[in-house]
Design a protein around this ligand. Structure first.
Ligand code: 0O2
Length: 221
């Protein structure tokens, strides 16, 4: 990740430790490596399973490293001491992967296959599909730890993996826009409408999956 000069300056001012900025950059590089490891694992699963199932278990995979500004904002908001060590200990979403599937059952199949791998450790699981957030948000979130192998060390690193359907992703993008707009007029009625749409999306995802199953059964018969 390329850091802009003003970001470096800001981090430098806030990380008071000796060599803080160098260690910060090295740690971010390590998160990038861990993100690549998990992405490759998911790409391999997608390639293998697409041959078995004649369809891609996921449609899109997106990777991102949290920006230095967002890292700082989250650390300050949660009263985390501004050191690289505390950042690693307390933030689970510096490396993030979003896996977008067509069908809900592919989400669970992919998550199970990933978690079955012997170098992956599950740190936390939040199933907002089985138990949606009060606003209607649905996704499966896993925090996993994966070892990375560098020239001089092997280090376990945490990555957040979010799994959702195309429809859930569409919903989350629109809802995200509202969340970050301040003083929005008619916010309550928009929230209600979004909640209603989230329910419709859950029904639609379920029905599309049933249709796919019927097509598969018909093809086997
Ligand atoms: P960004 O910019 O996407 O990274 P934690 O991260 O554990 O301290 P929390 O809220 O317990 O905080 O984590 P959770 O519930 O697993 O949610 C983390 C991420 O899920 C969020 O990251 C969003 O990407 C997504 N998310 C969670 N809830 C919602 C929601 O109601 N609407 C939308 N659109 N996305 C949601 P960030 O850091 O908020 O943002």
């Amino acid at each position: 990740m390329e850091m802009q000069a003003e970001n470096i300056q800001q981090i430098e001012m806030l990380l008071s430790e000796k060599d803080g900025i160098l260690r910060f950059r090295r740690t971010i590089m390590q998160y990038e490596c861990a993100m690549l490891e998990i992405k490759t694992k998911l790409d391999v699963l997608n390639t293998e399973l697409s041959l078995q199932k004649s369809r891609n278990p996921f449609e899109t995979i997106k990777c991102r490293i949290k920006s230095p500004e967002s890292i700082l904002e989250k650390m300050k908001r949660n009263n985390i001491p501004l050191t690289v060590e505390d950042m690693e200990k307390n933030l689970n979403d510096i490396a993030g992967i979003r896996v977008i599937c067509s069908f809900p059952d592919d989400i669970y199949m992919l998550a199970d296959c990933l978690l079955a791998q012997d170098d992956i450790r599950l740190v936390a699981r939040k199933d907002y599909i089985k138990k949606p957030k009060p606003n209607g948000y649905r996704s499966l979130h896993l925090i996993v730890e994966v070892p990375i192998f560098l020239t001089d060390e092997k280090k376990p690193m945490r990555v957040e993996v979010q799994f959702r359907t195309i429809a859930m992703d569409f919903w989350a993008s629109l809802e995200h826009k509202m969340k970050y707009k301040k003083h929005i007029a008619k916010a309550e009625s928009i929230s209600n409408e979004l909640f209603y749409c989230a329910e419709l999306i859950a029904q639609l995802d379920g029905r599309m999956q049933q249709i796919r199953e019927k097509i598969e059964d018909a093809a086997e018969a």
